[in-house]
Design a protein around this ligand. Structure first.
Ligand code: BGC
Length: 336
């Protein structure tokens, strides 16, 4: 953000009393107010009370991540034989777009009744990426409580792209997410090393603590003596979603038994990073003075697989001139 730039806040609301607030700094979703099974409305995402919090501490709360969400090993990749070096901001790796990713830029906003369009032109060379990349995000809210996020981009040079939203959900709002019940429609995940870079393997979830095909609480197996859980301090893994890419289909559900709140996730993306807030350690005091302790939020980051540019067996993240990047993710809220 540059001095003198103004940050605006927008509200999407519907006839169910659901309200979503978004700022044009980082395209950050700052609040999602939804009812529980008794109609009690509460804010189910982590964040800060004021803009200052978002400017000074970056946990990517609610933010748009790009150009490349998640990690690229060593910040390096080759495209047509040319090596590109990206900014590194996570040890020796590139994470969520680099030092000044899409979570830290001002987007041009265009608000309609039930939708907010955000646009950003990422210049050739920004954070080391090739090509001028023109990105548009459309946030909208329906009367069925669907928060729909639509991502579009075009480029003038071959480049790579992987966009997501990094909301941390807590459907209970007052304690960790360990009792949240999670279902993920996936048969495989991408194992990681101890710096959270995929090894390149697609490994079956069968018989492992990664199997969420039937609803399981996050806490049930998170402390299992398992190398993958140890590498990440919990869940911080990309799931290979069933039924492939480009079809908008249900991929995950989160149910919180006390409040009855349900979050259903639909996406056109091939992968989803399930992150159980392992790096939260209480040092960030968020909304309402609440310290965000370990596992206080969970992320369901629909996206392509981390470090795809370095793994030819992963779905491609290359975008070429004349092509249009287009993905949709829906966060649907209900009760049971
Ligand atoms: C990553 C985590 C990281 C978190 C916040 C997630 O997408 O997978 O490893 O700590 O974002 O940066």
């Amino acid at each position: 953000m540059l001095p003198g730039q103004e940050v605006q806040i927008f509200t999407l609301s519907n006839n169910q009393g659901v309200e979503v607030r978004i700022i044009n700094y980082g395209g950050i979703i700052v609040s999602i107010n939804v009812p529980d099974r008794n109609g009690k409305i509460a804010d189910v995402v982590l964040g800060h009370d004021s803009l200052a919090g978002y400017l000074t501490r970056s946990c990517y709360f609610g933010a748009l991540c790009g150009r490349y969400a998640n990690r690229i090993a060593g910040g390096r990749f080759r495209l047509h034989g040319v090596e590109h070096q990206l900014a590194t901001n996570n040890g020796s790796h590139h994470l969520h777009g680099g030092l000044r990713g899409f979570d830290k830029v001002i987007w041009i906003a265009d608000a309609r009744d039930d939708a907010l369009k955000l646009a950003y032109l990422s210049r050739d060379g920004e954070e080391g990426y090739p090509g001028n990349l023109s990105v548009t995000i459309n946030y909208s809210l329906t009367d069925d409580n669907d928060l729909r996020i639509e991502y579009f981009a075009t480029t003038d040079k071959d480049t790579i792209i992987n966009l997501t939203n990094h909301s941390y959900f807590n459907l209970a709002t007052t304690r960790t997410v360990l009792d949240h019940q999670v279902t993920i429609h996936a048969d495989a995940f991408t194992p990681i090393d101890d710096t959270l870079i995929p090894t390149g393997e697609l490994r079956s979830i069968a018989g492992t603590p990664m199997d969420f095909n039937s609803a399981t609480t996050i806490g049930a197996r998170i402390n299992t003596d398992d190398l993958q859980l140890r590498n990440a301090g919990g869940y911080d893994h990309n799931f290979v979603l069933r039924a492939g890419e480009n079809i908008l289909r249900e991929v995950a559900e989160v149910y919180e038994p006390d409040t009855g709140r349900v979050l259903t996730v639909l996406t056109t993306q091939p992968g989803m990073q399930f992150y159980s807030g392992n790096f939260l350690n209480g040092s960030i005091v968020g909304k309402n003075g609440r310290p965000y302790i370990k596992h206080f939020g969970l992320c369901l980051e629909t996206q392509h697989f981390p470090d795809s540019p370095n793994h030819p067996n992963f779905p491609s993240t290359v975008l070429r001139p004349g092509e249009r990047y287009h993905h949709v993710t829906v966060f649907k809220f209900s009760v049971r």
